[in-house]
Write a protein that binds this ligand. Structure first.
Ligand code: FES
Length: 415
């Protein structure tokens, strides 16, 4: 368990909060590229780390992410006109470019230099792999976006999906490092179920890495073997979990890079960047997105009790929630803890050792930033940013073999 103070430290992400400062040292997903698909298309609202913002794509295709409320007298720029390389407020016509410069103040007297003295809040953005990343921290601390596997993949081999989570981000990502729950919550929905069911109390280990940490689970498996699964935690709140994103895919080559992004303290986005070597067909993309609606809300959500089927639960499925994507079942488990889980009331056991390690690592990152240091995995040099071989791994090994040998085979740059 955590003290109330530690829980607050890890879960509060607004401006000037300790964890909010940590999060602001990294490039974070702000929205999907498809939400602002073309130059001069309508702007969209973005709420991120407790800040209200507006994203737009200008006439030249450049992306702007501005504070939502006009610097003049606060009207929402969401209602603005996106035209001629800028976003124009509909109240008095002030116009902003993607960098937050005030280009025009047409209600001021001719020749007024008023707008030149102002700079609206604007965060730098970059579009990669169908997603738009932004940096919200101090300019002088801006890192590079590391070159993960997806950074260089062809657009037809990636399929990003996002889904809304009605709770704090930490509840979401803790689930990715809680291997034992897969033997229960995801019963009937992932392909490794037989192996996972065979041993619901795996041996767990956590190891510090340059990018964050690696969680390892080791289960007894058939034929005197062990079944090892490893999952990287990538600072500040990203992960890769083993296996394809849904049992509907036979293709074991599909991987999902996951980003848990705080909207504010009590709601989050989960971005899953699905990728593989060959192209996704249109119907495969449809399947990968079929569990969320056009507003990226899960079809199974708290308001409908996750469409749980008690008869299925009694006869066929551990949960009665037969999901397309395991994230639907995770949503039930994590949202039902409450908007911000009270970790001072937990009773942690052996199955939580990787969660404990994760929290310690995040608390260290909070202390580092408070002491003026960089948190882990802040990369400033492109030559040191190649994380293209970072993977989640699942392997059957002879009993007694050390799981570390997997990484001797595949090389050190899984992290
Ligand atoms: S409030 Fe936006 S221009 Fe006046």
């Amino acid at each position: 368990m955590l003290s109330q103070k530690e829980n607050d430290l890890l879960t509060r992400v607004g401006p000037c909060t300790p964890m909010g400062e940590v999060m602001r040292r990294y490039w974070l997903p702000a929205l999907l590229a498809e939400e602002i698909p073309a130059p001069d298309c309508p702007p969209v609202r973005v709420r991120l780390l407790g800040e209200d913002l507006v994203a737009f794509r200008d006439s030249q295709g450049r992306i702007g992410l501005l504070a939502e409320h006009c610097a003049h007298r606060g009207t929402s720029l969401f209602f603005g006109r996106n035209e001629d390389c800028g976003l124009r407020c509909i109240y008095h016509g002030w116009k902003y470019d993607v960098d937050g410069n005030v280009l025009e103040t047409p209600a001021e007297p001719a020749g007024s230099e008023f707008g030149k003295k102002l700079r609206h809040v604007a965060y730098p953005c970059q579009e990669v792999a169908g997603m738009i990343f932004c940096y919200m921290g101090p300019t002088e601390k801006q890192p590079v976006l590391p070159r993960y596997e997806w950074a260089s993949l062809a657009p037809d081999t990636i399929c990003p999906v996002k889904s809304y989570l009605e709770c704090n981000y930490l509840q979401g990502i803790e689930g990715d490092f809680d291997s034992s729950h897969t033997s229960f919550l995801h019963n009937n929905s992932i392909r490794d179920m037989e192996r996972l069911k065979r041993d619901g109390a795996p041996v767990l280990e956590a190891e510090s890495t340059g990018y964050g940490m690696r969680a390892v689970s080791i289960r007894k498996a058939e034929g005197e073997r062990i079944y090892v699964r490893t999952s990287p935690y990538i600072m500040p709140s990203f992960s890769i979990v083993p296996g394809p994103p849904t049992a509907k895919f036979e293709d074991d080559d599909i991987r999902g890079f996951r980003f848990w992004v705080p909207i504010d303290d009590t709601t989050s986005w989960l971005y899953i960047l699905n990728m593989r070597r060959k192209s996704f067909a249109a119907e495969e993309r449809q399947t990968l997105r079929s569990w969320v609606d056009s507003d990226y809300r899960r079809i199974r959500n708290a308001a409908n009790d996750y469409l749980q089927d008690r008869e299925r639960q009694r006869t066929a499925s551990f949960t009665g929630i037969d999901a397309v994507n395991p994230a639907e079942q995770d949503g039930c488990a994590t949202e039902s803890m409450g908007a911000i889980c009270d970790r001072s009331r937990e009773h942690l056991g052996y199955s939580d050792v990787t969660i404990i390690a994760l929290r310690k690592m995040l608390l260290r990152a909070v202390s580092d930033v408070a002491e003026g240091k960089d948190p882990p995995h802040v990369i400033r040099d492109l030559r040191e940013s190649d994380f293209s071989r970072l993977r989640s791994i699942k392997r059957l090994l002879p009993a007694g073999m050390a799981w570390q040998q997997i990484f001797e085979e595949i090389g050190p740059n899984d992290g």
